[in-house]
Ligand binder design. Structure first.
Ligand SMILES: [Zn+2]
Length: 212
């Protein structure tokens, strides 16, 4: 009887001994357990603010783009803002872009990174959103990706030739255009060529859709 009690006491004190240091650790430092649970959330949110989460989406699909330049090679040909937007999926401030209120009658908007023709002048319309808006692109010039950054589901658009980030495409907003789509594109991602030469080289198929 006494030996059983002793054993029981020994067992209990053993239990206490093993759990006590743990409890002390948590009560002395209340920070770490909280940090541990929030750590994976905060950095990924911050990362998405600066586009690094989106950049990881890129790596899964970047192998499919013909232009395979490395980040260092892009840095050599792009200015800081172009690199931030095209290669790190940044966004220019609304109303700041040189093509926001640019409405030529002819010409082609090309990728500021690789110069692939993306949009024709007559694809552009006034959306009032603060960024250049196009209702359609040159066929095949723009590739769409699901973008879940910022807790939203959006459709990202990139240059099909180099994977450079252009902006997003929105559908069903009610604009009086043939597609009811709005390609919301950063001016920084674009260059403009006043003649249609870049499209003719590509086969010039864009004409059919713009006549509809
Ligand atoms: Zn490109």
């Amino acid at each position: 009887m006494r030996s059983t009690l002793t054993r029981l006491f020994y067992t209990l004190s053993n239990l206490t001994r093993t759990s006590a240091p743990l409890r002390n650790t948590y009560s002395l430092r209340p920070g770490p357990p909280q940090l541990r649970s929030s750590m994976p959330i905060i950095p990924s949110f911050i990362a998405s603010l600066f586009g690094t989460t989106a950049a990881s989406n890129m790596s899964s699909s970047s192998s499919s783009y013909p232009d395979q330049r490395t980040p260092d090679e892009w840095r050599a040909v792009l200015n800081k803002e172009q690199f931030r937007i095209l290669r790190e999926k940044g966004t220019e401030p609304p109303g700041s872009g040189k093509f926001d209120k640019h409405y030529p009658t002819t010409g082609v908007y090309t990728c500021a990174g690789c110069h692939a023709p993306l949009y024709k002048a007559n694809h552009k319309f006034s959306s009032g959103c603060g960024w250049p808006a196009y209702y359609d692109s040159i066929p095949g010039a723009v590739t769409r990706h699901e973008d879940r950054a910022f807790g939203m589901l959006r459709t990202e658009i990139v240059c099909s030739n180099c994977g450079g980030h252009l902006g997003h495409v929105f559908k069903g907003e009610g604009f009086p255009t043939p597609t009811d789509e709005r390609h919301c594109v950063n001016s920084v991602s674009l260059s403009f060529s006043p003649d249609d030469e870049p499209v003719k080289k590509e086969g010039g198929e864009g004409e059919d859709k713009s006549k509809v």
